[in-house]
Ligand binder design. Sequence first.
Ligand code: IPM
Ligand code: MG
Length: 335
Amino acid sequence: MAHQIGIVGGDGIGPEVIAQGLKVIDAAGVELNAVHYDLGGNRYARDGLVLTDEIVDEWRGLDAIYLGAVGTPDVPPGLIERGLLLKMRFDLDLYINLRPFSCGPDTANSSTVFGPDAEFDFVVIRENTEGAYAGEGGFLRKHTAHEIATQGSVNTHIGVQRCVHFAFELAMERRKHVTLVHKTNVLNFAGDLWERTFNTVAEEFPQVTTTYNHVDAACIYFVDDPFRYDVIVTDNLFGDILTDLGGAVSGGIGFAASANIHPGMVSMFEPVHGSAPDIAGSGKANPTAAILSGALMLDHLGEHQAAERIRAACSNPETLKGSTKEIGDMIAARL
Ligand code: IPM
Ligand code: MG
């Protein structure tokens, strides 16, 4: 039976890379029943619509949402981010942001730091509904010399626990190691909750070994020794920053895929990169991140074999040079 998918191509290179992803999924033999939603900065500029509760309710009935990238230079910063992307993550309670980073001869990309023969393979599980992203805070005495702005970090026991639990479950299917990344030496309230919750969940998984890294040290290890990691679990803001670094050290953001997941419910899949308006229409965008995000979507849909075949087809960096469409065609042809 065809899977029910919402497509948000979005702005800039978004629709270009999603078109390649859809072509590759089709070539893998998976049938999608796709409904396109015209949303993003361009849509907002046209009629002021960002995202309505009605659309979100419609999405609850779907199996997945496949998103390219949203944002145009002329729209005020934060409007589309909060109004569309974060609204999706929050309203659909997509509490896991899963971002895999792997390098080596059998992947699409190679280590930026260690060269083509180096192999590493780790996954960042970023909490996706809380932390500094929650929107807690505000202004006092705005536009005066004594203005105060606060931006709290919201960390709930349930929110941290379900995220950490997911990370351990994932580690059980992998190399059974989880690293907690935080800043417990300074963020003594949030860090304490994360650490205690992490240690309690760890007791349920005696086969999994654990480590703790401060986030600043993790930045060094990402560049110096990414080989040490299997599964990393961290909060929303640290995860945002670390995953850009993860993309940068594993061959570039053009390969970085992500899944915004609520297990068992409609979930959203998008490349980590943005809409890159400067190269839109030039054919320069690398569709691999979107294609690999499509593979993560197939995993969510239970189409694991097709997902594996797509990941395999994305390997061999030598043959993946060309325009957006040429790269998409080559990957599709391998299926
Ligand atoms: C990401 C992006 C978003 C985030 C922005 C566009 C709101 O950077 O998905 O990593 O901060 O989560
Ligand atoms: Mg980011």
